[in-house]
Structure formats: C-alpha cells, structure tokens
Design a protein around this ligand. Structure first.
Ligand SMILES: [Ca+2]
Length: 167
C-alpha cells in the first residue's frame, strides 16, 4: 500500500519491494541499499520517492535460521540483468526480485573453498562493523545478524581448516 506523507500534503510515496530467491526459496538475509543508503533486508518493502533509483543488493550474504552456514552469491535479477546496482524507475508500488546462488560453506568468507587465514584477516578488517560502515563486509557477517562480531569469529574458529569442494 502507498504511504501518505505525514506533512499534511497529499503526496503519496510508492513502495519498492526487493525480493531474493535461491532454488525457489525466498532469501531474507540479503542487504538492500537504495540510492546508496542501507535500507534493510531482502524480502522487505521500502517507501521511496517517485522517480528513478539505484538499487544494490550486497553481492554476498549468509543465510539465517534454517539456512545458517549457506553463503549466497548474487547472480542476476528477474529481468536477467546482472547489473548491481541496477536502476529502477518507480511510479507505483513495484516489486523486483534477485536470484542468488547458495553453497554450504560456513566460515568461508572469501568463497575460496577453504577456511583459512585469509578469511580471518577479512573478519578482522570488518570486526565491529554494521551495514553502512566504511569497513562493513557482508561476507564477514557469517551468521547474517547484521553485525560482524564475536559470534562470527566463533563460527570461523569452529570451521577453521575446513575445505568445501565445489559440487
Ligand atoms: Ca554476525
């Protein structure tokens, strides 16, 4: 539903819903940026000004809940575009969808297939960050909590030395 602006004017803001999917399952752990600002997770609906916007979905995110340990990589949008960020013109309530590729590889921040010192370095660089921070790295948020902290270090430590061959 459109949202009435609470300033007494008759302006009505349209909404933009950003969905994500892997293998037919909706993904709610992707990080959505609209016009460069972090707005929230995939699967959410955001109000935007009428007009053209850039939408970026973080290239890597980790599953949450039943999908913990799955590293998701951006693939393409529903229109087959791989542009990320992409441009979307919103004149009415609009839904766009992105498709990710998922792989079970807990701790493998850089997607190399092994959990090693490179991953530890990346976690260290992003430690303490949240989306929007200059040192934020969604790939280092191993539990998809929206923060890189000791819980992520624990996951990395528990999986250190593991190797995940490509299927
Ligand atoms: Ca985390």
């Amino acid at each position: 539903m459109p949202v009435i602006v609470a300033d007494g004017s008759a302006n009505v803001l349209p909404t933009l819903t950003v969905l994500a999917e892997w293998n037919g399952t909706s993904l709610t752990s992707g990080y959505v940026y609209i016009d460069g600002q972090y707005r929230g997770r995939t699967g959410s609906t955001f109000t935007v000004a009428m007009g053209t916007h850039t939408v970026f979905v973080d290239n890597v995110c980790w599953g949450i809940g039943n999908f913990a340990g799955y590293r998701y990589t951006f693939q393409y949008w529903e229109n087959n575009s791989t542009a990320n960020p992409r441009t979307v013109t919103v004149v009415e309530d609009t839904t766009i969808k992105t498709y990710f590729y998922g792989k079970y590889c807990p701790g493998d921040i850089d997607g190399s297939g092994a959990v090693d010192s490179v991953d530890l370095g990346k976690l260290g660089s992003a430690y303490g960050s949240r989306p929007g921070d200059s040192n934020w790295n969604s790939a280092a948020d191993l539990n998809g909590s929206g923060a890189v902290n000791s819980a992520d270090l624990g996951i990395l430590g528990a999986n250190y030395g593991k190797v995940y061959p490509d299927p």
